[in-house]
Design a protein around this ligand. Structure first.
Ligand code: PSU
Ligand code: MN
Length: 308
């Protein structure tokens, strides 16, 4: 049987030597950010991970192989498939955790969501990943049942995910309730309130907030020793998008009028919010992604120090 997984040599070496590695998702490249900011951001995230002392492993499915450590050429290809890119319309699917096996077995190309990236990272032995905001419970989910597979993936795969909360287009409070129900620990990294991705304060206080890497490493160690699974580590965005809630509500109204549903909803809403904020939301999204990549690298390095 052919091998379904390819780990980049640099990543494999780091893992074998117990050096820190940070996994990065690729849905944000192919479906989350516009071209060419998507490619610039993906490469900037990799640089941020290196600056934080870890090896980046951007994950995606290429020709039916789960690649852990996409190189610059593949990241560029994924980015060019996004809306507005020169290869827009080429088939780079958006893959959740449940889609990985079928995509690999059927020879697809696909970008991995947070959930799929967490599954792949766990498979490869990577403990830490970074993203902007995870998926969660959509506003109006009481009618649509639209709840991201990212949440279930966090409950199933042992990966520490660094993010700025959940995308603010979602129902943040409901998402926190689901994280509670699924048993996913949520820890503030230098913040006492759960952030709202484009702004620092969602209005929901956190039970746990840590500032020292050793404290976080101990939480993770105990959680893992006791057969815990995923954990969310949140930090506020480095800058905010003024008036973003108004833009989100307008975007939601347009999405409803256009009859949007399913996996296309998130990319559609992110695009609309960007239009309505004059591109400010994309600028902050980019800053958030780089900031989280750097923090994830610092955390991965801290975990490594304790376990070595
Ligand atoms: N965060 C962003 N932009 C994105 C996403 C997250 O700032 O594009 C992506 C992530 O890959 C996340 C996915 O896993 O959106 C969730 O999609 P859905 O809501 O369809 O589950
Ligand atoms: Mn969904």
């Amino acid at each position: 049987m052919r091998s379904f997984v390819r780990v980049a040599p640099e990543v494999a070496e780091a893992l074998a030597e117990g050096r820190p590695v940070v996994a990065l998702e690729s849905t944000v490249i192919a479906h989350g950010l516009p071209y060419p900011v998507n490619i610039e951001t993906a490469l900037a995230m990799e640089r941020a991970v290196r600056a934080g002392g870890a090896v980046p492993a951007t994950i995606g499915v290429v020709g039916g192989v789960l690649v852990v450590g996409l190189d610059e050429r593949l990241i560029t290809q994924f980015g060019e498939s996004a809306q507005g890119g020169p290869r827009s319309g080429s088939a780079v699917a958006k893959l959740g955790a449940r889609d990985l096996a079928a995509a690999v077995a059927l020879g697809w190309d696909g970008a991995t969501t947070v959930g799929a990236t967490a599954r792949a990272a766990a498979l490869a032995g990577i403990q830490v990943m970074a993203t902007g905001g995870i998926g969660g419970v959509h506003r109006g989910a009481a009618q649509t049942w639209d709840i991201s597979g990212d949440l279930m993936a966090l409950a199933r795969y042992p990966v520490l995910v660094v993010c700025a909360g959940v995308k603010a287009i979602l129902d943040i409070s409901a998402t926190l309730e689901w994280l509670e129900m699924l048993g996913v620990p949520v820890i503030g990294w230098g913040c006492r309130v759960f952030p709202a991705f484009y702004t620092a304060d969602s209005g929901r206080r956190l039970l746990f907030s840590v500032e020292q890497i050793d404290d976080l490493a101990r939480v993770w160690e105990v959680e893992q020793a006791w057969n815990g699974k995923g954990m969310l580590v949140v930090q506020p965005p480095p800058e905010e998008v003024p008036g973003v809630e108004t833009a989100i509500q307008a975007a939601l109204a347009e999405a409803a009028a256009a009859g949007m549903c399913g996996p296309a909803t998130t990319p559609y809403l992110l695009g609309k919010v960007s239009e309505l904020t004059g591109g400010k939301s994309v600028e902050v999204n980019r800053a958030v992604l780089q900031h989280n990549a750097l923090t994830a690298a610092v955390i991965a390095s801290g975990l490594g120090r304790r376990t070595r």
